[in-house]
Design a protein around this ligand. Structure first.
Ligand code: SF4
Ligand code: SF4
Length: 337
Protein backbone atom coordinates (compact mmCIF):
# COMPACT_ATOMS: atom_id res chain seq x y z
CA UNK A 1 0.00 0.00 0.00
CA UNK A 2 1.21 3.50 -0.68
CA UNK A 3 0.02 6.93 0.34
CA UNK A 4 -1.49 9.44 -2.01
CA UNK A 5 1.42 10.72 -4.05
CA UNK A 6 2.83 14.06 -3.02
CA UNK A 7 2.58 16.83 -5.56
CA UNK A 8 4.67 19.90 -6.12
CA UNK A 9 2.26 22.81 -6.05
CA UNK A 10 3.85 25.56 -8.07
CA UNK A 11 3.62 29.13 -6.91
CA UNK A 12 2.72 29.99 -10.47
CA UNK A 13 -0.43 27.91 -10.80
CA UNK A 14 -0.99 29.33 -14.28
CA UNK A 15 2.16 27.63 -15.55
CA UNK A 16 0.91 24.27 -14.38
CA UNK A 17 -2.58 24.86 -15.69
CA UNK A 18 -1.40 25.68 -19.18
CA UNK A 19 -0.03 22.18 -19.53
CA UNK A 20 -3.52 20.89 -19.10
CA UNK A 21 -5.34 23.10 -21.54
CA UNK A 22 -6.63 20.83 -24.23
CA UNK A 23 -9.37 20.50 -26.80
CA UNK A 24 -10.24 17.22 -25.09
CA UNK A 25 -11.13 16.58 -21.47
CA UNK A 26 -10.01 13.73 -19.26
CA UNK A 27 -13.15 12.63 -17.44
CA UNK A 28 -13.36 10.14 -14.61
CA UNK A 29 -17.07 9.53 -14.61
CA UNK A 30 -20.50 10.85 -15.53
CA UNK A 31 -23.06 10.44 -12.78
CA UNK A 32 -26.73 10.71 -13.58
CA UNK A 33 -29.75 11.53 -11.39
CA UNK A 34 -27.57 13.21 -8.77
CA UNK A 35 -29.39 15.11 -6.03
CA UNK A 36 -26.30 16.22 -4.10
CA UNK A 37 -24.44 18.29 -6.66
CA UNK A 38 -26.63 21.36 -6.85
CA UNK A 39 -30.34 22.11 -7.22
CA UNK A 40 -32.78 19.62 -8.74
CA UNK A 41 -31.85 16.45 -10.57
CA UNK A 42 -28.43 16.76 -12.16
CA UNK A 43 -25.91 15.05 -14.35
CA UNK A 44 -22.45 15.44 -12.83
CA UNK A 45 -19.27 15.23 -14.86
CA UNK A 46 -16.23 14.35 -12.74
CA UNK A 47 -13.07 15.74 -14.32
CA UNK A 48 -9.71 14.16 -13.54
CA UNK A 49 -6.81 15.93 -11.90
CA UNK A 50 -6.68 17.87 -8.65
CA UNK A 51 -4.12 20.26 -7.22
CA UNK A 52 -5.03 19.69 -3.60
CA UNK A 53 -4.06 16.52 -1.74
CA UNK A 54 -6.70 16.35 0.99
CA UNK A 55 -5.96 13.70 3.58
CA UNK A 56 -9.61 12.62 3.56
CA UNK A 57 -10.13 12.77 -0.25
CA UNK A 58 -13.31 10.93 -1.22
CA UNK A 59 -12.36 10.58 -4.89
CA UNK A 60 -8.77 9.25 -4.88
CA UNK A 61 -9.15 7.92 -8.42
CA UNK A 62 -9.67 11.45 -9.71
CA UNK A 63 -6.65 13.14 -8.14
CA UNK A 64 -4.10 12.33 -10.82
CA UNK A 65 -4.35 13.88 -14.26
CA UNK A 66 -3.94 10.60 -16.05
CA UNK A 67 -5.73 7.46 -17.05
CA UNK A 68 -5.48 4.69 -14.43
CA UNK A 69 -6.43 1.04 -14.28
CA UNK A 70 -7.95 -0.56 -11.23
CA UNK A 71 -8.88 -4.06 -10.14
CA UNK A 72 -12.40 -5.01 -9.00
CA UNK A 73 -11.73 -8.10 -6.87
CA UNK A 74 -15.38 -9.18 -6.72
CA UNK A 75 -15.42 -9.70 -10.50
CA UNK A 76 -12.10 -11.54 -10.75
CA UNK A 77 -12.03 -15.29 -11.54
CA UNK A 78 -8.26 -15.57 -11.16
CA UNK A 79 -7.54 -16.56 -14.78
CA UNK A 80 -4.33 -14.43 -14.86
CA UNK A 81 -4.85 -13.31 -18.46
CA UNK A 82 -4.17 -9.75 -17.30
CA UNK A 83 -0.71 -10.75 -16.08
CA UNK A 84 0.11 -12.32 -19.42
CA UNK A 85 -1.12 -9.23 -21.26
CA UNK A 86 1.08 -6.78 -19.35
CA UNK A 87 4.32 -6.11 -21.20
CA UNK A 88 5.62 -4.06 -18.26
CA UNK A 89 5.39 -6.70 -15.57
CA UNK A 90 3.12 -4.32 -13.69
CA UNK A 91 0.72 -6.84 -12.13
CA UNK A 92 1.19 -9.35 -9.36
CA UNK A 93 -1.10 -11.58 -7.34
CA UNK A 94 -0.39 -11.43 -3.62
CA UNK A 95 -2.37 -12.82 -0.72
CA UNK A 96 -4.75 -9.83 -0.64
CA UNK A 97 -5.40 -9.99 -4.39
CA UNK A 98 -4.04 -8.34 -7.51
CA UNK A 99 -1.65 -5.41 -7.06
CA UNK A 100 -0.78 -2.87 -9.72
CA UNK A 101 2.72 -1.44 -9.61
CA UNK A 102 2.01 2.19 -10.46
CA UNK A 103 5.67 2.85 -11.22
CA UNK A 104 5.65 0.26 -13.98
CA UNK A 105 2.08 0.75 -15.23
CA UNK A 106 1.81 3.02 -18.28
CA UNK A 107 -1.99 2.72 -18.47
CA UNK A 108 -1.86 1.00 -21.87
CA UNK A 109 -5.10 -0.83 -20.90
CA UNK A 110 -3.95 -4.16 -22.40
CA UNK A 111 -4.94 -5.88 -19.16
CA UNK A 112 -8.39 -4.30 -19.38
CA UNK A 113 -8.87 -5.69 -22.90
CA UNK A 114 -7.57 -9.10 -21.86
CA UNK A 115 -9.80 -9.48 -18.81
CA UNK A 116 -12.86 -11.63 -19.62
CA UNK A 117 -14.96 -10.47 -16.66
CA UNK A 118 -14.49 -6.70 -16.49
CA UNK A 119 -12.45 -7.01 -13.31
CA UNK A 120 -9.78 -4.71 -14.77
CA UNK A 121 -11.27 -1.27 -15.30
CA UNK A 122 -9.87 1.90 -16.79
CA UNK A 123 -10.61 5.21 -15.10
CA UNK A 124 -10.18 8.33 -17.19
CA UNK A 125 -11.70 8.68 -20.63
CA UNK A 126 -10.88 11.44 -23.10
CA UNK A 127 -13.91 13.28 -24.40
CA UNK A 128 -14.25 15.60 -27.36
CA UNK A 129 -16.29 18.70 -26.57
CA UNK A 130 -19.28 17.96 -28.77
CA UNK A 131 -19.43 14.32 -27.73
CA UNK A 132 -19.54 15.27 -24.05
CA UNK A 133 -22.21 17.91 -24.66
CA UNK A 134 -24.24 15.34 -26.60
CA UNK A 135 -23.77 12.79 -23.80
CA UNK A 136 -25.05 15.01 -20.98
CA UNK A 137 -27.91 16.40 -23.06
CA UNK A 138 -29.33 12.87 -23.28
CA UNK A 139 -30.47 13.52 -19.69
CA UNK A 140 -32.15 16.81 -20.41
CA UNK A 141 -35.67 15.40 -20.04
CA UNK A 142 -35.29 14.98 -16.30
CA UNK A 143 -33.47 18.25 -15.53
CA UNK A 144 -36.83 19.99 -15.16
CA UNK A 145 -36.99 23.58 -13.96
CA UNK A 146 -34.21 23.36 -11.33
CA UNK A 147 -31.81 20.65 -12.48
CA UNK A 148 -28.94 20.71 -14.95
CA UNK A 149 -25.29 19.79 -15.32
CA UNK A 150 -22.61 20.01 -12.60
CA UNK A 151 -18.88 19.99 -13.25
CA UNK A 152 -16.95 18.37 -10.43
CA UNK A 153 -13.76 16.39 -9.93
CA UNK A 154 -10.93 16.34 -9.07
CA UNK A 155 -10.74 20.01 -9.86
CA UNK A 156 -12.72 20.69 -13.02
CA UNK A 157 -11.17 24.14 -13.44
CA UNK A 158 -7.74 22.60 -13.97
CA UNK A 159 -9.04 21.83 -17.47
CA UNK A 160 -10.12 25.44 -17.83
CA UNK A 161 -10.12 25.88 -21.59
CA UNK A 162 -12.29 22.84 -22.19
CA UNK A 163 -14.52 23.67 -19.23
CA UNK A 164 -15.14 27.19 -20.53
CA UNK A 165 -16.25 25.85 -23.92
CA UNK A 166 -18.31 23.08 -22.36
CA UNK A 167 -20.17 25.49 -20.09
CA UNK A 168 -20.72 27.90 -22.98
CA UNK A 169 -22.26 25.15 -25.12
CA UNK A 170 -24.55 24.11 -22.29
CA UNK A 171 -25.64 27.70 -21.62
CA UNK A 172 -26.33 28.20 -25.33
CA UNK A 173 -28.68 25.25 -25.06
CA UNK A 174 -30.42 26.69 -22.01
CA UNK A 175 -29.06 24.21 -19.47
CA UNK A 176 -28.49 25.26 -15.83
CA UNK A 177 -24.76 24.91 -15.06
CA UNK A 178 -22.96 24.44 -11.74
CA UNK A 179 -19.24 24.22 -10.98
CA UNK A 180 -17.97 22.48 -7.85
CA UNK A 181 -14.50 23.87 -7.14
CA UNK A 182 -11.84 24.49 -4.50
CA UNK A 183 -10.77 27.57 -6.52
CA UNK A 184 -7.05 26.85 -6.35
CA UNK A 185 -6.69 28.13 -9.90
CA UNK A 186 -5.64 31.41 -11.48
CA UNK A 187 -8.21 34.17 -11.27
CA UNK A 188 -8.22 34.39 -15.07
CA UNK A 189 -9.65 30.85 -15.22
CA UNK A 190 -12.48 31.81 -12.89
CA UNK A 191 -13.16 34.95 -14.90
CA UNK A 192 -13.40 32.91 -18.08
CA UNK A 193 -15.99 30.45 -16.80
CA UNK A 194 -18.22 32.76 -14.74
CA UNK A 195 -20.21 34.13 -17.71
CA UNK A 196 -21.46 30.61 -18.40
CA UNK A 197 -21.91 29.40 -14.82
CA UNK A 198 -25.21 29.67 -12.93
CA UNK A 199 -23.95 28.31 -9.61
CA UNK A 200 -20.51 28.09 -8.03
CA UNK A 201 -20.17 25.59 -5.20
CA UNK A 202 -17.00 26.68 -3.47
CA UNK A 203 -15.22 24.43 -0.98
CA UNK A 204 -13.81 26.24 2.04
CA UNK A 205 -12.28 23.48 4.10
CA UNK A 206 -9.91 25.07 6.61
CA UNK A 207 -9.40 28.74 7.33
CA UNK A 208 -6.11 28.48 9.24
CA UNK A 209 -3.27 28.60 6.70
CA UNK A 210 -1.00 26.21 8.61
CA UNK A 211 -3.73 23.61 9.08
CA UNK A 212 -4.81 23.98 5.46
CA UNK A 213 -1.29 23.17 4.35
CA UNK A 214 -1.04 20.30 6.81
CA UNK A 215 -4.22 18.58 5.65
CA UNK A 216 -4.27 19.47 1.92
CA UNK A 217 -0.56 20.08 1.23
CA UNK A 218 -1.47 23.44 -0.30
CA UNK A 219 -1.72 27.06 0.78
CA UNK A 220 -5.18 28.58 1.01
CA UNK A 221 -4.18 32.17 0.17
CA UNK A 222 -5.21 31.93 -3.47
CA UNK A 223 -8.46 30.14 -2.55
CA UNK A 224 -9.50 32.92 -0.16
CA UNK A 225 -8.49 35.62 -2.66
CA UNK A 226 -10.57 33.91 -5.34
CA UNK A 227 -13.51 33.66 -2.96
CA UNK A 228 -13.36 37.44 -2.43
CA UNK A 229 -13.06 37.98 -6.17
CA UNK A 230 -16.15 35.81 -6.72
CA UNK A 231 -18.06 37.84 -4.17
CA UNK A 232 -17.04 41.13 -5.85
CA UNK A 233 -18.04 39.73 -9.24
CA UNK A 234 -21.46 38.72 -7.92
CA UNK A 235 -22.01 42.13 -6.39
CA UNK A 236 -21.35 43.73 -9.78
CA UNK A 237 -23.10 41.23 -12.07
CA UNK A 238 -25.81 39.96 -9.66
CA UNK A 239 -24.87 36.42 -10.65
CA UNK A 240 -23.91 33.54 -10.46
CA UNK A 241 -25.34 32.03 -7.29
CA UNK A 242 -22.68 31.10 -4.72
CA UNK A 243 -22.80 28.22 -2.27
CA UNK A 244 -20.02 27.59 0.26
CA UNK A 245 -19.40 23.99 1.26
CA UNK A 246 -17.30 22.91 4.24
CA UNK A 247 -16.50 19.22 4.66
CA UNK A 248 -16.69 18.29 8.33
CA UNK A 249 -13.78 15.90 8.80
CA UNK A 250 -12.90 14.28 12.15
CA UNK A 251 -9.72 15.68 13.72
CA UNK A 252 -9.23 18.11 10.85
CA UNK A 253 -11.99 20.57 9.96
CA UNK A 254 -14.48 19.73 12.73
CA UNK A 255 -13.37 22.31 15.28
CA UNK A 256 -15.32 25.25 16.61
CA UNK A 257 -12.36 27.52 15.73
CA UNK A 258 -12.45 26.47 12.09
CA UNK A 259 -16.20 26.85 11.68
CA UNK A 260 -16.16 30.23 13.43
CA UNK A 261 -13.26 31.44 11.27
CA UNK A 262 -14.97 30.40 8.04
CA UNK A 263 -18.20 31.97 9.25
CA UNK A 264 -16.37 35.23 10.03
CA UNK A 265 -14.81 35.17 6.57
CA UNK A 266 -18.19 34.63 4.91
CA UNK A 267 -19.72 37.46 6.96
CA UNK A 268 -16.88 39.98 6.67
CA UNK A 269 -15.28 39.26 3.29
CA UNK A 270 -18.01 37.79 1.10
CA UNK A 271 -20.49 40.58 1.82
CA UNK A 272 -23.64 38.53 1.91
CA UNK A 273 -23.18 36.96 -1.52
CA UNK A 274 -23.39 33.24 -0.60
CA UNK A 275 -26.97 31.99 -0.61
CA UNK A 276 -26.01 28.78 1.18
CA UNK A 277 -23.31 27.55 3.57
CA UNK A 278 -23.48 23.80 3.84
CA UNK A 279 -21.58 21.75 6.42
CA UNK A 280 -21.07 18.33 4.78
CA UNK A 281 -20.40 15.49 7.19
CA UNK A 282 -17.53 13.07 6.59
CA UNK A 283 -18.39 9.78 4.92
CA UNK A 284 -16.31 6.64 4.69
CA UNK A 285 -17.90 5.05 1.63
CA UNK A 286 -14.72 5.65 -0.36
CA UNK A 287 -12.68 3.11 1.61
CA UNK A 288 -13.04 0.48 -1.14
CA UNK A 289 -11.79 2.94 -3.75
CA UNK A 290 -8.51 3.20 -1.87
CA UNK A 291 -8.22 -0.58 -1.71
CA UNK A 292 -8.83 -0.91 -5.44
CA UNK A 293 -6.06 1.62 -6.13
CA UNK A 294 -3.62 0.04 -3.63
CA UNK A 295 -3.62 3.29 -1.70
CA UNK A 296 -3.44 3.75 2.04
CA UNK A 297 -6.20 5.93 3.50
CA UNK A 298 -5.55 7.76 6.76
CA UNK A 299 -9.28 7.60 7.55
CA UNK A 300 -9.68 3.82 7.38
CA UNK A 301 -11.94 2.71 10.26
CA UNK A 302 -12.70 6.32 11.25
CA UNK A 303 -16.42 6.30 12.18
CA UNK A 304 -19.05 8.69 10.88
CA UNK A 305 -19.78 11.76 12.96
CA UNK A 306 -22.62 11.75 15.43
CA UNK A 307 -25.75 13.79 14.76
CA UNK A 308 -25.06 15.70 17.99
CA UNK A 309 -21.59 16.71 16.68
CA UNK A 310 -23.04 17.99 13.41
CA UNK A 311 -25.80 19.85 15.21
CA UNK A 312 -23.26 21.43 17.55
CA UNK A 313 -21.11 22.67 14.63
CA UNK A 314 -24.28 23.87 12.90
CA UNK A 315 -24.99 25.97 16.02
CA UNK A 316 -21.41 27.28 15.96
CA UNK A 317 -21.92 28.28 12.33
CA UNK A 318 -25.16 30.06 13.25
CA UNK A 319 -23.35 31.88 16.06
CA UNK A 320 -20.61 33.10 13.72
CA UNK A 321 -22.86 35.91 12.59
CA UNK A 322 -23.67 34.77 9.06
CA UNK A 323 -27.26 35.00 7.89
CA UNK A 324 -28.83 32.00 9.71
CA UNK A 325 -31.09 31.33 6.73
CA UNK A 326 -28.12 30.27 4.58
CA UNK A 327 -26.65 27.71 7.03
CA UNK A 328 -27.44 24.03 6.61
CA UNK A 329 -25.83 20.67 7.17
CA UNK A 330 -26.04 17.38 5.29
CA UNK A 331 -24.49 13.97 4.89
CA UNK A 332 -24.14 10.63 6.60
CA UNK A 333 -24.15 10.38 10.37
CA UNK A 334 -23.59 7.58 12.88
CA UNK A 335 -26.74 5.88 14.07
CA UNK A 336 -27.01 6.56 17.81
CA UNK A 337 -28.96 4.40 20.24
S1 SF4 B 1 -2.50 -0.87 -18.01
FE1 SF4 B 1 -0.88 -1.79 -19.28
S2 SF4 B 1 1.00 -1.40 -18.13
FE2 SF4 B 1 -0.69 -1.05 -16.71
S3 SF4 B 1 -0.96 -2.99 -15.65
FE3 SF4 B 1 -2.36 -3.01 -17.38
S4 SF4 B 1 -1.24 -3.99 -19.05
FE4 SF4 B 1 0.26 -3.41 -17.49
S1 SF4 C 1 -7.86 -11.18 -16.35
FE1 SF4 C 1 -9.49 -10.32 -15.09
S2 SF4 C 1 -10.49 -12.13 -14.19
FE2 SF4 C 1 -8.50 -12.82 -14.99
S3 SF4 C 1 -7.09 -12.65 -13.21
FE3 SF4 C 1 -6.95 -10.72 -14.34
S4 SF4 C 1 -8.44 -9.40 -13.35
FE4 SF4 C 1 -8.93 -11.47 -12.70
Amino acid sequence: MRSLPGKVIKTNVKAELDLRESAKALVLDIQRFSTEDGPGLRTTVFFMGCNLVCAWCHNPESTLFKKQVQWMGTRCIGCRRCLAACANDGLEFIEEGLTIDRKKCVACTSCVSACPTGAMEVKGIEWELHDLVHEVLKDRAYFGKDGGVTLSGGEALMQGLFVEKFLKELKNKGVHTAVDTAALVPRSTIERVLPYTDLVMLDLKLFDAVLHKKFTRTDNGLILENAKFLSDYINIHRRPELWIRTPIIPNATNTEENILAIGNFIRNDLSGTPSKWELCSFNNLCEDKYKRLNLKWDYTNVPLLRKSEMEHLYQVALNSGVDPDIVTWSGAIMVEN
